[in-house]
Design a protein. Structure first.
Length: 276
């Protein structure tokens, strides 16, 4: 039975708060004073929380950047292979996706060779950060979508834009001239991938975004999903890419995925061991 004596409950809470306040105050004093007047210079702590451990500060060199590039190429391969397994593509789209897989595997192999050339160990796995946080939930949303084919096409466009933006951003960070030249070529290839996918899926209507001058609202389809375009801006972007996918919830809202080019939390550092 629930105790509905408000006065009694309030009294108990006040007593508990008073007692809790005395306990915290005493603990703070003891933590600050310690067993003596000298000792550890660290600030006093209340409770039994373990001390905060500093994260490893791994260096970022050409090998790390190239390993990261390989990981994203292989992530794209994994996504496209999962798309083929859905059986939703017709013969023409299947041929296109198979070609995309070949190209991404080729670039991944090239990045691996360049990694070894600069003294690193080639990375032959997907990128665990992207797989766990973006790819797996995205594929779940696509498979549950009310229009999975549209979401597959938009996912492919975002993947290609992510790969192109990644290589473009790496170009200015790499010290090795051969590696920098390779990333320029890869960025060009994958920008063409993105443009071609949209052209096949949408025809002339998808050639040039009306937002190319930087003004206006993003065009959407009949379901309110942002449309993709072959040419979205005057210059290639290295910023984040937004993808709306999946079935709408009870409020008509679909999931939004924000995909960003690699940074410190998603680099494949030399100290990382393969996950595949």
């Amino acid at each position: 039975m629930i105790d509905r004596d408000i006065t009694k409950s309030s009294y108990r809470r006040r007593d508990a708060l008073k007692l809790g306040g005395l306990t915290v105050s005493a603990a703070a004093i003891l933590a600050a004073c310690g067993n003596g007047r000298t000792g550890d210079d660290a600030p006093g702590r209340v409770g039994f929380a373990p001390p905060v451990e500093e994260l490893e500060d791994y260096p970022v060199d050409d090998a790390v950047l190239l390993r990261t590039a390989s990981s994203l190429e292989l992530t794209a391969v994994a996504v496209y292979e999962a798309i083929l397994e859905t059986g939703l593509l017709d013969a023409d789209l299947t041929t296109l996706v198979e070609r995309l897989i070949e190209d991404h595997q080729m670039v991944a192999d090239q990045m691996g060779e360049l990694t070894e050339a600069v003294g690193g160990v080639a990375w032959e796995c997907t990128n665990p950060w992207y797989m766990n946080r973006t790819v797996e939930p995205l594929l779940e949303a696509v498979l549950a979508s009310d229009n999975p084919l549209r979401d597959i096409v938009n996912t492919a466009v975002v993947l290609e834009n992510l790969a192109a933006g990644t290589h473009q951003s790496l170009t200015i960070q790499l010290e090795d001239a051969d590696a920098a030249a390779a990333t320029i070529a890869a960025a060009t290839l994958e920008s063409r991938h993105s443009a071609y996918i949209v052209a096949v899926a949408r025809g002339p209507e998808g050639y040039v975004s009306p937002l190319i001058d930087g003004t206006g609202d993003t065009p959407t389809d009949a379901d309110g999903v942002p449309q993709k375009f072959s040419i979205t801006s005057r210059f290639g972007s290295t910023g984040q890419v937004e993808l709306v996918a999946g079935a709408p919830d009870e409020n008509g809202v679909r999931e939004t995925f924000i995909v960003q080019t690699p940074s410190l939390n998603s680099f494949i550092y030399n100290e990382l061991e393969p996950t595949c």
